[in-house]
Design a protein around this ligand. Structure first.
Ligand code: GLU
Length: 467
């Protein structure tokens, strides 16, 4: 049995889009599922649009997502000699020929065809066998393009792993330019040479490439090579049904990292864009690899659902072990400029906040008061600390000085303090919460004060109660 070899072949012209990341993931998962080889190829022949930053963005996103590759990265720009050699070979074997048709002639041809109600296509006038009949001689000083001689008869058929059988009549295809007049090879041709040279067995890519496939297959057949299998993945749409774009918010993979999403969650989310394993919604990378079957990719467009991503992220955060969750949270706290030595261990805080915060950014926001004394405006405090509960709070400040410091004893002290002053526990808890954290949204206050510590708690009470 041949070993599976897949590739991801992004063009480095911007950030790595979620749709491209989904393509990368499916090609990767397919290779891993079959213990095959996954190859990274950077399609950077468009020198005007390709940038080094975009190449780096691809590396960063793949490494963050954990999409490891076994071969590459190969850069097309470094393979120009190889492409030229294949073009020479095709010319020598009569698979391609020089064409001198000028842009003006092509325009005139197109206009005449359209006037006759025909589909515009190059008419093969410079095919060697037609030159004499057409009375053509190479115009002096003109550098020709090279065209691939597409078959005239029959059709190209492939059984797409996602879309089923696709058949395109060769009459629909004209002789593709494989090298421009300056000698540079064109896109579809480079893809063919690379796929053959890297012995790709399965091409997994977005369905915006379906129209290129028959042309590529014809070149592969002409070169006498084996045609790989193709799987064209459905488009990813935004929640409004339009093609996913910046209008829908973040579409760059790395922006999700910045916004506090876990790579595990993004992988899980991307996997569900067009693929499913029964009713399983939350799964790991290993489960994906074990279950992935390209035949189960749904050909209908996939829809991006931002709420679902948040939900998945929360689920994956809840699945992390305490120390790991703390490790993931730490950079977000550091980014916020907090001094982590000035508060409880990060993993304790993370576990405390875990059920309330679906992203690491939200968790870091919610963790602020553990590492920095909040500034609570006096008017705000006055809404919570009243003549009614102040004596109880002052007394608690004293009690806390010697209380064995644990969640249980703090909880008990709050209850007995309230009872003693004829109050209900919430009447002092909310005030204490505001004094110590500056917010109403915290976990149970005894659970907050325990890790915050006696000294920080009392220092904040002293300031808040003006003692
Ligand atoms: N470079 C193409 C893209 O970014 C992919 C080409 C291919 O996978 O064949 O869409």
């Amino acid at each position: 049995m041949t070993t599976v070899r897949t590739r991801f072949a992004p063009s480095p012209t911007g950030f790595l889009h979620l749709g491209s990341a989904r393509t990368a993931l499916f090609a990767w998962a397919f290779a891993r599922r079959h213990r095959g080889t996954f190859i990274l190829r950077i399609e950077d022949t468009d020198v005007e649009r390709s940038t080094q930053e975009a190449v780096q963005a691809i590396f960063d996103a793949m490494s963050w997502l954990g999409l490891d590759y076994d071969e590459g990265p190969f850069f097309q720009i470094q393979r120009m000699d190889r492409y030229r050699a294949v073009i020479d070979e095709m010319l020598a074997r009569g698979l391609a020929y020089h064409c001198y048709t000028s842009p003006q002639e092509l325009d005139a041809l197109r206009a005449a065809q359209m006037a006759r109600g025909e589909k515009p296509r190059y008419d093969g006038r410079w095919r060697p066998e037609n030159i004499a009949a057409n009375g053509l001689t190479p115009p002096p000083g003109v550098k020709p393009v090279v065209r691939f001689r597409n078959p005239d008869e029959g059709s190209v058929v492939w059984n797409d792993a996602v879309k089923g059988t696709i058949e395109i009549a060769n009459a629909e295809l004209d002789d593709l330019i494989v090298a421009r007049s300056d000698g540079t090879p064109t896109y579809n041709f480079c893809v063919v040479v690379d796929d053959l040279d890297t012995r790709i067995t399965h091409v997994v890519r977005g369905d915006d490439h379906v129209n290129n496939t028959p042309r590529q297959i014809n070149m592969i057949l002409a070169l006498g090579a084996a045609v790989p299998s193709y799987a064209h993945l459905p488009t990813v749409l935004g929640d409004d049904g339009h093609k996913l774009s910046k209008r829908h918010g973040a579409v760059s993979v790395m922006q999700y990292e910045e916004e506090g999403f876990l790579p595990e969650a993004l992988i899980n989310f991307l996997a569900r864009l067009g693929w499913a394993h029964g009713d399983d919604e939350v799964f790991t990378r290993d489960e994906l690899v074990a279950w992935f079957d390209i035949a189960h990719v749904n050909p209908a467009p996939a829809r991006f659902d931002a709420d679902k991503l948040r939900w998945l992220n929360h689920e994956h955060m809840k699945r992390l072990a305490a120390d790991e969750l703390g490790r993931r949270l730490q950079p977000f706290l550091e980014r916020a400029g907090l001094d982590l030595a000035n508060g409880p261990p990060v993993e304790e805080v993370a576990m405390l906040l875990r059920d309330r915060t679906p992203t690491l950014v939200e968790m870091a926001d919610a963790a602020h008061y553990f590492y920095a004394t909040p500034h609570v405006p006096a008017e705000k405090l006055a809404e919570f600390v009243t003549a009614g509960n102040r004596p109880a709070l002052v007394e608690l400040y004293e009690v806390f000085a010697t209380l064995p410091w644990s969640r249980e004893s703090i909880g008990a002290a709050l209850k007995s303090g309230a009872t003693k002053h004829g109050l209900k526990p919430p009447q002092i808890m909310m005030a204490l919460r505001m004094i110590v954290t500056g917010t109403r949204e915290t976990p149970a206050i005894d659970a907050v004060l325990a890790p915050l510590g006696r000294d920080a708690t009392r220092a904040r009470m002293k300031a808040g109660l003006d003692l």
